[in-house]
Every structure is written in C-alpha cells, then in structure tokens.
Design a protein around this ligand. Structure first.
Ligand SMILES: Cc1ncc(C[n+]2csc(CCOP(=O)(O)OP(=O)(O)O)c2C)c(N)n1
Length: 372
C-alpha cells in the first residue's frame, strides 16, 4: 500500500541506509513488521536486551541497525542502553509501538506506557513522540541524531498512527513436524586450568582475529595478557558479550572470539538460541565456566551442579561445539573454530590492574582496526 504509514516508515528507514532491523512484535505493528522484513535484513529477537547487543555488534562491524519493538520492551533494555550505548557512544535508533496511552485495552500496558517518557528522560535517552500520521517524518531526524551523535534515540509511536491502515497480516507459518534429539555424553572433569591460562591460549591462537571479552576480571586478564586494538573489552551490560559477538560476526568477515562466562550466559541464555538460529561460521563463543560469578567474589552458579553449558548450546541449535579441560584441548577447539567451546576452569582470579582505556577509546580504536 503505497500511501500507508507503514510504507512511509520503511521508506524513511531505507533513505537512512538502515540495513539491519532487530524486532520483537507488538500487536499494533503487526502490519509494519512484515513490511520491514521484506526490504531490510530482519533479526527476530526473543528479548529486547539481546537486540541492543546484536545491534551494537552490527554497528561496530560497519552496519546501520534499528530496533522495532513494543514500549514495554524498553524496560528490558535500560541497563544496556546506559552501560553500552551511552557509555561507549554506540548509535541505536529504536522505533517503539507506544502502548498504554491510546485506546489501550490491556491494563498492564498503562503504567509502563504513561511513564515511559519520564523513564527515558531520567535515563538521559533522547526521545521523539509521534502521536499522529502526519508526524511520521520526525523519524528521519531521530535516526540521524542517533548516528551523528552516537547515542540511542527512542521514537515513541502512538497506535493512532496505524489506525485504519489497510495493510495485511501474513498467515501464520505452519509448524514443521520434526524429531528433536539431544545425544551428548559430556563429562565435566575436575578443572586444571585457570581462566587466565585459558585466555592466554586464546590470545596466542587468535592471530588477526577479533576478541571480545566479558565484563569484570576476564577483560582485565585479557588486557594484561595481550592488549591489542582488535580486542573489545566490556565494562558492563552483563549477558550481552555474546549477542555483540553475533552482531559483529554477521556484519563482517573476520573471525570473532567471544570470552563469555557461566554467570553471564545464564543471565541471558537466549543469546544461545539466537546464535543457534543464525549459526555464523565466523563466531566462537568461549564459555569460560568457573561455576561461579568470579568477578564478584566467586559466588556459586548453577553450572556447578546442574547446567552443562555445552548441552544448553546444543539444545539451543548450536551444532559445532566442544568441551575443553586442558590447554591442548582448548587450542584444538579454537583452531577448528568450534562455535561454542565450553571451557571448565578453576574459580581463580588473577590479580590484574584496571584497564586504562575509556569505553569510547576502546570502541574507537577497535572500529578503526577492523576498518568500520
Ligand atoms: C546486571 C548486572 N548484575 C550484576 C552485575 C555484577 N557482576 C559483574 S561481573 C559479575 C559476574 C560475572 O560472572 P561470570 O559471567 O560467570 O564471569 P566470571 O567473572 O566468573 O568470569 C557480576 C554478577 C552486573 N555487572 N550487572
């Protein structure tokens, strides 16, 4: 429908060279979403926070992403918008179906929708409100602001905009009958390596490939072992290092090694199902499992007795996995570029100094090194 508001939004996205859309549905944008996915590579999300990570990775790799979500989803993103986008200076335009404020029938939408402008304002996140169809052109300067000033910009779009639009909603896809099997006999042995030793093996194997490190002590260990411009150090956004790795792997050709942790993967296990859905061959997540939140004092996580991270990865659709206990096993798994390597290590933190780089310095030198 040429004159529909949905068509206008897609045009604005295309005019701004948006090449990735990370989306999670809202009933009010059920006509818009398929129209976006017909023109722009679309990544369906399982949680909005994951999309912040994927879009950040895509941007670092040279793409121009956008997110399209429901207003309640902002509640799932606030930490990431602050500790990743605003801290590192990473652009993210977010088009939001603004619920709770116009002909709302679901009581649970109301508080979040009504308070959303104040929440965003308190968080220092730029905001544009669109309350009628003739304001849709405000999306264009909002996207420009995000990329020019390297920050998130949220566009709250009232359901009034889509009212009466004649677009069609595609028929639901059929379920694919299939047999699911999980045959994995994996043994978790007593650890012999520390995380520091495991990172040392990675640093000496990675060549000119990219290494992203999880927040906390692993980042400091990597910095001390081998700082290089192709390292990206997380300082916050727990749970998002693997989604960033996914976005980066999809955006460019170099191999991406991600140092993740058991606590962080368990905080955001849907990162694994998203990786399982896209299976980029140039991504290796190294799940460094010390059975503890090592960086905060080695408090126990449930990998100690209960969850096997390799098994979780396989169940999430990641096929090419490995388990490594020794330096040699880890090296072999890295050389064959397994997509997830479960490394069982001792809960030991090396005494490392703070990384003497600001978040923006880490980002700038990284993007320069990979040519984004
Ligand atoms: C949302 C959030 N909750 C809690 C923390 C505090 N925190 C920082 S690092 C960390 C532990 C991470 O554990 P894990 O992923 O297992 O990695 P390890 O430090 O053991 O290598 C925690 C809980 C945080 N930064 N963000």
């Amino acid at each position: 429908m040429i004159d529909s508001p949905e068509h206008r939004v897609v045009e604005i996205l295309k005019n701004n060279s948006i090449d990735i859309a990370a989306t999670l549905p809202c009933d009010r944008i059920k006509v818009l979403l398929p129209q976006i996915s017909r023109s722009i590579k679309t990544i369906p999300l399982t949680r909005e926070e994951n999309g912040v990570g994927i879009c950040a990775g895509a941007y670092l790799g040279g793409k121009r992403p956008v997110m399209v979500i429901q207003s309640t989803g902002i509640g799932n993103m606030i930490n990431a918008l602050l500790s990743l986008n605003l801290t590192y200076g990473i652009p993210l335009p977010v088009l939001v179906s603004w619920r709770g404020v116009y002909k709302e029938s679901i009581e649970a939408q109301v508080l979040s929708g009504e308070r959303m402008p104040a929440i965003l304002d308190a968080a220092g996140i730029n905001l544009t409100k669109i309350e009628s169809r003739d304001e849709l052109d405000k999306i264009d300067p909002a996207i420009r602001d995000a990329f020019k000033n390297e920050r998130p910009h949220v566009v709250l779009i009232s359901p009034a905009v889509w009212e009466g639009s004649p677009g069609e909603v595609p028929a639901p896809l059929e379920i694919i009958p299939r047999v699911s099997e999980l045959n994995l006999a994996a043994e978790i042995k007593e650890p012999v390596m520390t995380r520091y030793e495991a990172i040392k093996v990675l640093a000496s194997t990675a060549g000119e490939d990219i290494i992203l490190s999880n927040l906390g002590i692993p980042a400091k260990e990597l910095y001390e072992i081998r700082d290089r411009e192709l390292n990206f150090y997380m300082m916050g956004s727990m749970g998002l290092v693997s989604p960033i790795g996914l976005g980066l792997a999809m955006a460019q050709k170099r191999h991406v090694y991600v140092i993740d942790g058991d606590g962080s993967l368990l905080m955001n296990p849907n990162a694994l199902s998203c990786i399982g859905a896209y299976k980029p061959g140039n991504l290796s997540v190294i799940a460094v499992d010390n059975a503890a939140y090592g960086s905060t004092g080695n408090q126990e996580t449930c990998t100690r007795t209960q969850v096997d991270l390799e098994l979780l990865a396989v169940a999430s659709g990641i096929k090419n996995t490995a388990k490594a206990n020794t330096e040699e096993e880890l090296k072999q798994a890295l050389l064959r570029k397994a997509n997830l390597i479960h490394v069982v290590v001792k809960p030991v933190n090396a005494a490392c100094r703070e990384i003497p780089l600001s978040a923006r310095e880490i980002k700038q030198r990284f993007m320069k090194a990979i040519g984004s």
